[in-house]
Design a protein around this ligand. Structure first.
Ligand code: GDP
Ligand code: MG
Ligand code: ZN
Length: 388
């Protein structure tokens, strides 16, 4: 894991109030993609009906955690690491040299008692080594957990589960063919990533199958919007070096519909991984247990990839209608020029967004994505009632 951006992190070892929204407060009705996604043209959203994901605002309360940011201020002997897996009461903490099975210090557990998941995969933690003697089981105790940033959350039944904390980026993978690119799905992922404060990158795989160059054309659309793009082939190796570069020292989620080559790409990035490939349908729906576990796979080049099956757009976040226009980056400059301040950029006259389409400044398919997302139904009532 790279050192996270300093601007968002408090200094020194101190207790910080972490703002959370009220846990049981009734949420404003929001567009929720979950229900829609199940029925939408995007068949890859094949989730079990009991599972969905909420936006980051839906849980919450304030909680106090201890953050140690500066190694020089730490109590002596503490080490920094990242939780790569949870096994019952144990957290496996990787300090860059090895993995330490750690327990969570009781006082920390108590302090975080309201937080159902005091320690989760992806957490940056400070731990004390209990024994470094040779030949005995070396164990540690987690003393502090840093504030979480980008989070991958999933709703399982009525519970919300943070699957992974501190995700830096999501690599949105499509393929040139088998299956062909679906711009609307790419847009759905991009918007969700922005809403979840995770940086999206766009990867077009199977470049070897891009005979007419159509996939490259789709990809370049996103490049022009200043998204980082990757044009790869796990078969020929094209673009794999560039993929390695973006993965290095980051915690990345690899998302995209089944069959686009996510596992194949990772196997080429790091041959030792031996991830299963070839149309194996990942168990994301019926096998509920699979959604609860995630692990971080450490990359030899530095960084981690999140190994959790079938990451869907709504795992990253859900988005309210009113937020949507701001998450289409090329709309933002035009919105203030709309005739009506509450313009939704659909049927209104004097809409600067639509005028920008006419002038060729906004791609019609991006606009189509916006309208589709905007018009998706709001979430069912029960979703806004259930707590964490
Ligand atoms: N032609 C071609 N086939 C690929 C490429 N990457 C993956 N595949 C094939 O696409 C299928 C699905 O790949 P897989 O990695 O399992 O996709 P995942 O479901 O996204 O993890 C497999 O048969 C792969 O061999 C590529 O770059 N070019
Ligand atoms: Mg796979
Ligand atoms: Zn407008």
């Amino acid at each position: 894991m790279s050192s996270p951006s300093p601007k968002r992190r408090p200094k020194g070892g101190k207790r910080v109030r972490v703002p959370f929204r009220p846990n049981r407060a009734v949420r404003r009705r929001k567009t929720d993609w979950t229900q829609q996604a199940r029925d939408a043209e995007d068949h890859e959203f094949d989730a079990d009906r009991s599972e969905s994901v909420i936006g980051k605002g839906a849980l919450s309360r304030r909680r106090t955690i201890t953050i140690h940011d500066d190694a020089s201020r730490l109590p002596k002997g503490l080490r920094k690491g990242i939780v790569v897996a949870m096994r019952g009461l144990y957290a496996d903490v990787d300090d860059g040299e090895r993995v330490w099975p750690c327990t969570v210090r009781r006082v920390l557990r108590t302090r975080l008692i309201e937080e159902r998941q005091p320690v989760i995969v992806g957490d940056r933690v400070w731990f004390r080594v209990e024994s470094e003697a040779e030949g005995v089981v070396q164990e540690g105790t987690i003393e502090a957990v840093e504030e979480r940033q980008g989070q991958l959350r999933r709703r399982v039944g009525r519970r919300v589960h943070t699957v992974v904390a501190n995700v830096d980026q999501v690599i949105i993978v499509s393929s040139a063919d088998q299956p062909p690119p679906k711009p609307r799905l790419i847009d759905r992922y991009i918007v969700a990533a922005h809403a979840g404060e995770i940086t999206p990158l766009i990867c077009m795989n199977k470049s070897d199958l891009d005979d007419g160059g159509f996939a490259k054309e789709v990809l370049d659309r996103y490049g022009r919007l200043d998204y980082k793009t990757l044009y790869t082939s796990a078969l020929t190796g094209e673009g794999v070096e560039a993929l390695r570069d973006v993965l290095e020292d980051k915690a990345s989620v690899i998302a995209g519909q089944s069959g686009v080559g996510k596992s194949s790409l990772l196997n080429v990035v790091q041959p030792g991984l031996r991830l299963k490939t070839g149309g194996i349908i990942e168990q994301t729906g019926k096998g509920k247990h699979t959604t609860a576990t995630a692990t971080l796979i450490r990359l030899e080049i530095g960084g981690y990839v999140v190994d959790t099956p079938g990451v869907r757009a709504y795992d990253l976040s859900t988005v309210g209608r009113d937020e949507l226009e701001a998450l289409f980056v090329e709309f933002v400059d035009h919105v203030p020029d709309c005739k009506f301040p509450d313009c939704t950029h659909r049927h209104e006259s004097g809409c600067a967004v639509k005028e920008a389409i006419e002038r060729g400044e906004i791609h019609p398919e991006r606009y189509e994505s916006y309208v589709r997302l905007f018009e998706e139904p709001t979430e069912p009532e029960w979703l806004s009632k259930s707590g964490e």
